[in-house]
Design a protein around this ligand. Structure first.
Ligand code: SAM
Length: 339
């Protein structure tokens, strides 16, 4: 904005914020200290809260129409095309006519092709700035009623030999089809009853695959959209389960007899194993002493690094298309181990 020599009008807004950068930059630049940050999951919310000061940190469904005057989207390219568009629409809806939206991104990550898709959703580009690799486009909201997003919000998919109606959301993992690793895990579930946890449930596909009258199901994710989407997926099949918004292990719950998990991974030249390791440790900490973690890993994830330090009896159950399903038993003292 300094490059454009503009001072944004308050309230400011960032959708899909993953840190408090906007609030801190606004304070540094002497912009009005009035804004809000809207992260997509609890991990991002925690990072936002670390520096948000007086700015509220809100889940996306608490954002009201025309609540902001100036919105920022740092293109979250890892969400894919439909996910990024969802974020832009959410930001555009929060602006009144005449409000401004700043889109920032890298050339190498496709920000220029994104730029061309946005005028029908928001309105024209009214200003721009360029760094060596970075681009900033400033749009003015002129579109009264943005056209609906081209996205299949439900689909029927075959999972472990059954046709299942799945609800989907563009910001979730594998939003248009069941990922082959998910399908593999769904095919190789343990034949057990008791308390089951789908840890990192996404759209709820593994909870649906696990549904059986002798199982008590809990689905958990830290993404706001995942929790809402899983609830809808389960309702579409009449499946009862507790669905929780939480970061890692559900607070204050009884230990689980079976935990299903497809831990997160990041596609790109560098793979970050921290988020997966964090979820695996959470699984270890809420498993019953004779329980089992059934987990699927991609070809970039190592059972030696992710599973063996935390479990005894790590054994491979199935493998296909580079994905591998493992069965893991907790260490003898299952709960309360240090991180
Ligand atoms: C690879 S996706 C798998 C989603 C779903 N189980 C499937 O197979 O389609 C990983 C999921 O874990 C969730 N997740 C990542 N870290 C988490 C955490 N610390 N607490 C809760 N959920 C988390 C993500 O939001 C995402 O939905």
């Amino acid at each position: 904005m300094r490059a454009l020599d503009r001072q944004p009008e308050a309230p400011l807004l960032e959708v899909a914020a993953w840190d408090a950068g906007l609030a801190i930059a606004a304070a540094d630049a002497g912009w009005p200290d009035d804004g809000m940050l809207v992260p997509l999951n609890l991990g991002a919310a925690e990072s936002c809260q670390a520096g948000a000061g007086a700015w509220p940190v809100l889940p996306p469904d608490e954002l009201l129409p025309a609540e902001a005057r100036f919105a920022v989207v740092r293109a979250p390219h890892w969400l894919g095309r439909a996910g990024v568009e969802w974020v832009v629409r959410a930001a555009a809806r929060a602006l009144p006519p005449g409000g401004l939206l700043a889109l920032l991104g890298d050339r190498a990550r496709g920000v220029e092709s994104l730029r061309r898709r946005l005028p029908p959703i928001i309105g024209p580009i009214v200003d721009r700035a360029a760094g060596e690799h970075r681009r900033l486009y400033l749009y003015e909201r002129q579109v009264e009623d943005p056209p609906p997003q081209q996205f299949a919000w439900t689909s029927t998919q075959r999972i472990a030999g059954r046709d299942v109606t799945l609800c989907q959301h563009p910001t979730l993992f594998s939003p248009t089809r069941v990922d082959p690793a998910t399908a593999l895990l769904a095919e190789y579930l343990p034949d057990k009853d008791g308390r089951w946890l789908d840890l990192g449930c996404g759209s709820g596909v593994l909870t649906v695959a696990a549904a059986r009258s002798d199982r008590n199901l809990t689905a958990l994710d830290w993404s706001y959209a995942a929790v809402e989407t899983t609830r809808r997926t389960l309702a579409a099949s009449g499946i009862e389960a507790e669905v929780l918004l939480a970061d890692g292990a559900p607070p204050g719950e009884q230990p689980f007899d079976v935990i299903l998990c497809y831990p997160p991974f990041h596609v790109g030249p560098r793979v970050h194993h921290g988020p997966a390791a964090r979820l695996i440790r959470a699984a270890r900490d809420c498993l019953a002493p004779d329980g089992e973690l059934r987990v699927v890993l991609t070809s970039a994830q190592s059972p030696r690094d992710l599973l063996q330090p935390h479990f005894r009896d790590v054994s491979q159950v199935a493998s296909a298309h580079g994905a591998r399903v493992f069965s893991c038993r907790p260490p003898t003292a299952a709960r309360g181990r240090g991180r």
